[in-house]
Design a protein around this ligand. Structure first.
Ligand code: GLC
Length: 589
């Protein structure tokens, strides 16, 4: 169990400037309590998302690849990462950068070969890191053999593997649903004289999960990858796999006369049956985990979705990342929010996971989201202080934190001068949609600057060399122009960098199981500057205080009167006061 003895000698983090007193330091030379707890490996670890196309290019073609990832595994190890989620690297025509899969059993040549993948899994294993594959199972690519056969006519073995429907009487699409990336969610097929449904791009036809053969084919794919030795799966767009029994028009929600497909198909009743079948056939009895992209599942639904009785191990919730959007399709329609709103969302999720064996994947960024410094902090926030403040929240919550590549360096959004500079197809569609809704080009571009997915997808910065050491060739998407300052090599050397703060937090988390599994209790919920909470288990209690505003903040120091500071982003703190964006962690005696 947990050690009781407290050490009075300072903990040496090897990073001058990061204050680290002793009150809660783990006893050296003893197995850390986190190792001996009942939790699974994936609950105790830190996860990291790699956008494969942008992480590291090994062959100079400007596209990140598997060999490149293998060559940089030590960076992840240093960050305390034990699970790496790879965005899809299967064979794909890349209409949506790999989220359109033409063969689930092959690696796309741009990313390498199956041997490269096997080597990556092996090399990662050696460092205690598991590779997590992205299962894109709501849809395939239109170039998948399954779809080619399905669209070849109404009579074939796979005719019912996708969602086909007859035109309306006037020849138009079966319903007025809008795809998530804009435009009709239906595409007409000349051969079948029918429409097929696509929740995302027309190049991404939706699979028909109602057909048991489809479900079996997908189970076979997942088990193929389990056999390869992966540590789990991120399940893409999983809330859309079950479609309603009948297709009907919805009330238009925009000038195009359409209704967003999300409101018509997300989390449809019966979805849990499909997923529980998947769980029995793939997950049960194996030391792997599943995490679902679960837009449409809220904190109150969680017990059905996760935990021993749930269908998955974890689900990503989106309440906090959507906090500023009135309409996910329209990046110009934003809403004001206040810190207590954001904190309440986290607190809801944290509470739901306590006491009923469910587990939470904490994230502030992913490859579809803006950078968190721009997303959650005031515009005038210092990016280094801000990056550290957000990192503190990310790494001290109950659950498994997911770091997005570059987040650990304090990456910020790109703001390119024209829509033509952007690569992402959904960004272009969102821009078009805003113009269609009557916004000016300038307003639409402003929305793009705030929300484009390209900001999360620019290449990783390794050093100060050309293209940040990402590639020796020409990168597929421009490197952020701030790379000379914000890169792994430079930040490693700088004791005050965001990267070194991440490393310190990761170390603290590993040594203090209460930061992983302890109860969460929010302090000062009404404060619109400070996010504060305690994390406590049977033996220890930590108090985390983060000023997420750019002004000095005061708080009642009674909460730390019997406590010692273990980490502080600005050195020794003055109890009762937090400097702008200061983050501090106390251990209560
Ligand atoms: C998910 C992915 C996103 C992708 C979409 C379609 O939302 O995260 O990147 O475009 O699914 O597969």
């Amino acid at each position: 169990m947990l050690m009781k003895k407290r050490w009075i000698v300072p903990v040496v983090l090897g990073l001058a400037g990061l204050l680290a007193f002793s009150a809660c330091s783990a006893e050296p030379d003893k197995k850390s309590a986190a190792d001996s707890s009942e939790l699974s490996w994936w609950q105790k670890t830190i996860a990291y998302e790699i956008y494969v196309r942008s992480f590291k290019d090994s062959n100079g073609d400007g596209i990140g690849d598997l060999k490149g990832i293998t060559s940089e595994l030590d960076h992840l190890k240093e960050l305390g990462v034990g699970a790496v989620w790879l965005t899809p690297c299967y064979q794909s025509p890349q209409a949506d950068n790999g989220y359109d899969i033409s063969d689930y059993y092959k690696i796309d040549p741009a990313y390498g070969t199956m041997e490269d993948m096997e080597k990556l899994i092996k090399e990662a294993d050696k460092r205690g890191i598991k590779i997590v594959m992205d299962l894109v199972f709501n849809h395939t690519s239109e170039e998948n053999e399954w779809f080619k056969e399905s669209r070849s006519g109404k009579e074939n073995d796979k005719s019912d593997w996708y969602i086909w429907a007859d035109p309306k009487k006037d020849g138009g699409p079966p319903t007025n649903w809008r795809s998530i990336f804009g435009g009709s969610a239906w595409e007409y097929d000349e051969t079948r004289k029918q429409y097929y449904l696509h929740t995302f791009l027309k190049e991404q036809p939706d699979l028909n999960w109602a057909n048991p053969e489809v479900r079996q084919a997908l189970i076979d794919v997942a088990n193929f990858w389990v056999e390869k030795g992966v540590g789990g799966f991120r399940m893409d767009a999983i809330t859309y796999i079950k479609k309603p029994e009948t297709f009907a028009d919805g009330k238009p929600d925009a000038a195009d006369g359409r209704v967003g497909i999300h409101s018509m198909t997300a989390n449809t009743e019966g979805i849990l049956d499909y997923l529980s079948e998947f769980k029995s056939a793939v997950r049960e009895g194996k030391d792997i985990f599943t995490v679902g992209e679960a837009n449409g599942v809220s904190a109150k639904d969680l017990p059905d979705w996760v935990g021993p009785e749930g269908v998955l191990d974890m689900v990503f919730e989106f309440g906090h990342v959507n906090i500023d959007l009135l309409d996910e399709m329209n990046w110009c329609k934003t809403k004001d929010w206040k810190l207590p709103d954001l904190k309440a969302l986290f607190t809801d999720s944290q509470k739901t996971t306590m006491g009923n064996d469910t587990w939470y994947p904490m994230f502030l960024e992913n490859h579809d989201q803006p950078r968190s410094i721009n997303h959650f902090l005031p515009e005038n926030a210092d990016r280094i202080d801000g990056g550290k403040a957000l990192a503190t929240v990310l790494l001290t919550m109950r659950g498994t934190p997911f770091i997005m590549q570059g987040e650990e360096l304090g990456f910020v959004n790109v703001e390119w001068p024209s829509i033509d500079n952007y690569n992402d197809i959904s960004t272009k569609n969102h821009y078009k949609f805003a113009i269609g809704e009557g916004y000016s080009e300038e307003e639409a571009l402003d929305g793009v600057h705030h929300f484009s997915r390209d900001s999360a997808r620019t290449p990783m910065h390794w050093d100060t060399s050309r293209h940040a050491g990402f590639t020796k060739g020409e990168p597929w998407i421009p490197v952020h122009d701030d790379y000379k300052t914000y890169n792994v090599a430079s930040e490693k050397k700088d004791k005050d960098s965001v990267l070194n703060w991440y490393i310190a937090l990761a170390k603290l988390r590993k040594e203090h199981p209460e930061l992983i599994e302890g109860d969460y209790k929010e302090l000062f919920p009404d404060s619109d500057q400070i996010y504060a909470y305690t994390r406590e288990n049977d033996s220890e209690k930590m108090t985390v205080l983060v000023n997420l505003s750019t002004k000095k903040a005061e708080y009642d120091a009674a909460c730390v009167s019997d406590a010692e500071q273990v980490l502080g982003s600005k050195g020794e703190t003055k109890p009762g006061t937090l400097e702008p964006l200061e983050a501090v962690i106390f251990c209560n005696k």
